[in-house]
Design a protein around this ligand. Structure first.
Ligand code: NAP
Length: 307
């Protein structure tokens, strides 16, 4: 058993915070895990469902004495929370966040002077659910966790980055280190744009009342329901992602609309070759994702029924 921390404070005990708490406990059962959430009710629920050992009444109470602090609030709340944590944290404590956007967190962290070490992280793992009850220990297993360290190369900080990487590996994740600009562009295409498309599609279907709501639900297995899973994701989390990753999202959205216009034109002119060529790229990419172990090689996402 690896000792990962003496006391861990989880700030924001929703899906990711509770999953991290469970995964940490599984890897190191002796660590004390304290949760703090802006809503006392959520904190109490995190204790009741066994995700954390206790709930602190204030952020300061949670952070004091902790050698590991995990910030798992929506991205929009992170700058203010980081400032408070950095001012309260013990000397040498490791502070990691799990935000889906890294530029905003890196910029906020770089402005702070602290005796603790902030290592921005993003576990590329999640579900469409929220809240402490949705958390589970295996969430990070065989998934990537991307670290975007601050521009510091003193020994103490490099040791903190190494500790953060080791922590994720102990939870079963693979670790990659990159700069925050690269992260935000890569995730804009692999995560943020797909969510935007799903939100748009589901919104458009909802507006098409004339198609009759019954048909939308009844025939949803035709592909629509796979988008509804993504579109069911937490609205506050995603609001903050788009507000904080504006530049990269607008860049990939521009490329996407150009591609869409090409397909629109191909459909209009009956350009079968362009359509087939474009669709074949989709199949090849899916195979590459399966080959990389990021998806299982089962039809229809492994659902039992034949649809
Ligand atoms: P979640 O289930 O909604 O949990 C977030 C929790 O943080 C909520 O309980 C929220 O309380 C609380 N909170 C908000 N502001 C706070 C503050 N200032 N202080 C303390 N607690 C606060 O969301 P999540 O899915 O775990 O996402 C958390 C973070 O992980 C986000 O930054 C997201 O970008 C990142 N992430 C998410 C996924 C995913 O798939 N879900 C994947 C990777 C990374 P209220 O409910 O009262 O607002």
């Amino acid at each position: 058993m690896t000792r990962l921390s003496e006391k861990t404070a989880i700030i924001g005990v929703g899906l990711i915070g509770a999953s991290l708490a469970r995964a940490l406990r599984e890897a190191d059962p002796s660590a004390a895990i304290v949760g703090y959430d802006q809503s006392a009710d959520v904190g109490a629920r995190a204790v009741a469902c066994g995700a954390v050992d206790s709930a602190a009444r204030t952020l300061e109470e949670a952070v004091r004495g902790a050698d590991l602090i995990v910030l798992s609030t929506p991205v929009g709340a992170m700058a203010a929370a980081l400032a408070e944590i950095a001012a309260t944290a013990d000397d040498g404590a490791l502070i990691i966040d799990v935000g889906s956007v890294k530029g905003a967190v890196v910029e906020a962290a770089a402005r702070l002077a602290s005796r603790a070490h902030i290592v921005p992280c993003h576990p590329v793992a999640g579900t469409e659910q929220s809240g402490p009850e949705a958390g589970f220990a295996a969430l990070f297993r065989d998934r990537w966790s991307i670290l975007t360290p601050l521009a510091r190369n003193d020994d103490a900080y490099l040791a903190a980055v190494k500790r953060a990487a080791g922590l994720w590996r102990a939870l079963g994740a693979n670790v990659e280190i990159m700069d925050h600009q690269h992260h935000d562009l890569a995730l804009a295409i692999t995560s943020h744009l797909p969510h935007l498309i799903a939100f748009t599609l589901v919104g458009a279907a909802d507006d098409l009342q004339s198609v009759a709501e019954a048909e939308i639900v009844k025939y949803s297995a035709g592909g629509f329901r796979d988008f509804t899973r993504i579109a069911a994701s937490d609205p506050v989390m995603w609001r903050d992602v788009f507000i904080n990753n504006k530049t990269a999202v607008l860049e990939v959205l521009g490329r996407f609309t150009e591609e869409l216009a090409l397909l629109q034109r191909a459909i209009r002119w009956g350009d079968a070759e362009t359509l087939e060529k474009t669709f074949a790229r989709g199949r090849a990419l899916r195979r590459a994702i399966v080959a990389a172990g990021q998806e299982k090689d089962v039809a229809n996402f492994g659902r039992d029924e034949k649809t």
